[in-house]
Write a protein that binds this ligand. Structure first.
Ligand code: UD1
Ligand code: CA
Length: 453
């Protein structure tokens, strides 16, 4: 059975009070609409059409790597009208179309599959995802007949007193037989309290043609739509809980799962311990047995086994096995840190490679450098990589002992097995096996203090 989907994302989202189109706001690091698209893709939905209108260009840009097509709804005349705008996408197709909303990021793969299977196995013309709500508020009500069959959906603004009391609501997510939907859409009108073309009216139209309407129950949590920044935070909390539970199931130790912020699409190995107040973002991978102490932000990075990180920021970099980082280190993009390295307190590394076993214990800046194995950087070393115009390269071999407070003025090279005396400002190559001293000799002026007083 051919399956496609339409995602409605043309609405304005006024209550978000934002310059960003509503569906591009992120939940656990991913745009709401991309959550929906990615979930649909996991359910083997072959083609996805996104209906865009308000902020259309931005929504296109934000979904550009998702391989979807777009229909444009210039004026937001209702959900039914939005689907009419996708007529070109549906025309000539036979099978099932799922309709979801771009501001409902919490829907799960299991529920979408359940909906699709129920719909196809029961040969329904339409199947609605519904929930029971204690306080159904502004949701459309599911009205059933005496045989308990779904007869229609009534929008809350159009409800009479009895209808308003119904607790079964429309999630706004459905499956339709494509040809039945197209024919029913041509019969929609906007004779209602909002003057809109309601997609929900399709149900009554199909029922009037004696078609079979199904309903699948879904936990309320999954259909929560985000209309405000407050609801965005609620969605974030629900998604975060799911993500953290999944990691714990996989063997990750979260000391306090309510206070660790792991984005979606992150891999973490077993027995890794994550303390509270950590932010793990992008496409980060953390392998087994690491310890992430509080106060780290790790973005788009790869952390190998047995790494310990304390209160540090690591961006677009990789950290080798058994390495320790921090406290208070800053590893900037394109850095490759080897195995058994020590990156200590107040160390900044930028676009550099650091060989295995090297120690950079404190107060050091290394930028645009290639550093070999088993080097030791004394406290306060600075790679002077920027001359005001260019970023220059520093190359350091293996086993270099760099004394405290050394400046390495780039471009410069320090060869294997070398020593640099503390306080040196190195501007020329340090050849293999040598000691470099590049500082003024000490002069003691005896009795200077007494004479000048
Ligand atoms: C809709 C349903 C209601 C259901 C509720 C669930 C209708 C008539 N009502 O109501 O039964 O309980 O969702 O959340 O369908 N959109 C467009 N173009 C438009 C109008 C809306 O693309 O012209 C998009 C919006 O961007 C949004 C979605 O459709 O993603 C739902 O629209 P919204 O206005 O929020 O519908 P509700 O009034 O909440
Ligand atoms: Ca809504």
């Amino acid at each position: 059975m051919y399956k496609c989907a339409i995602v409605l994302a043309a609405g304005e989202g006024k209550r978000m009070k934002s310059e960003t189109p509503k569906t591009l706001h992120k939940v656990c690091g991913k745009e709401m609409i991309n959550h929906v698209i990615d979930t649909l893709k996991k359910c083997e939905v072959e083609d996805i059409d996104v209906v865009i209108g308000k902020g259309a260009e931005k929504v296109k840009e934000g979904t550009k790597d998702r391989n979807v097509v777009y229909s444009v709804q210039d004026k937001q005349l209702g959900t039914g009208h939005a689907v009419m705008c996708a007529e070109e996408f549906l025309k000539g197709k036979k099978g099932t179309v799922a309709i979801f909303v771009g501001d409902g990021p919490l829907i799960t793969e299991e529920t979408v599959n359940k909906l699709l299977n129920y719909h196809n196995e029961g040969s329904f013309s339409a199947t609605i995802l519904t929930s029971i709500m204690d306080n159904p508020a502004k949701y459309g009500r599911i009205i059933r007949n005496s045989n308990n069959e779904v007869e229609k959906i009534v929008e809350f603004k159009d409800c009479n007193e009895t209808e308003a009391k119904v607790k079964e609501i429309n999630s706004g997510m459905y499956c339709f037989d494509i040809e039945e939907l197209l024919s029913a859409l041509s019969n929609l009108n906007n004779n209602n309290n909002q003057g809109e073309y309601y997609l929900t009216d399709v149900i009554e139209i199909l029922k009037g043609k004696e078609k079979k309407i199904g309903a699948v129950d879904v936990p309320v949590e999954e259909i929560t739509a985000v209309n405000s920044k407050g609801e965005l935070a609620i969605a974030e909390r629900i998604m975060r809980k799911r993500i953290n539970e999944k990691h714990m199931e996989n063997g990750v130790i979260l000391i306090d799962p309510d206070n660790v912020y792991i984005n979606c699409d992150i891999q973490i190995g077993k027995d890794t311990i994550i303390y509270p107040n950590n932010f793990i973002e992008g496409k980060t991978v953390i392998k087994d047995n690491c310890i992430i102490y509080p106060g780290c932000r790790i973005n788009d990075s790869k952390i190998e086994e047995d790494v310990t990180i304390q209160s540090s920021v690591i961006i677009e970099s990789s950290i080798g096995k058994n390495t320790t980082v921090g406290p208070f280190a800053y590893i900037r993009p394109q850095s490759v840190i080897g195995n058994k390295v020590k990156i200590g307190d107040f160390v900044e590394i930028k676009k550099s490679t650091i060989g295995d076993g090297t120690k950079i214990s404190h107060l050091t800046y290394i930028g645009d450098a290639e550093v070999g194995e088993k080097c030791n950087f004394g406290c306060g070393t600075v790679v002077v990589n920027y001359d005001g115009v260019h970023k220059n390269k520093t190359i350091i071999g293996n086993n270099a002992f760099i004394g405290c407070n050394t400046n390495l003025v780039s471009p410069v090279e320090v060869e294997d097995d070398t020593y640099i005396a503390a306080g040196s400002t190195i501007t020329e190559k340090v050849p293999k096996n040598s000691l470099a001293i590049a500082r003024a000799r000490q002069v003691n002026k005896e009795n200077w203090v007494k004479k000048n007083k």
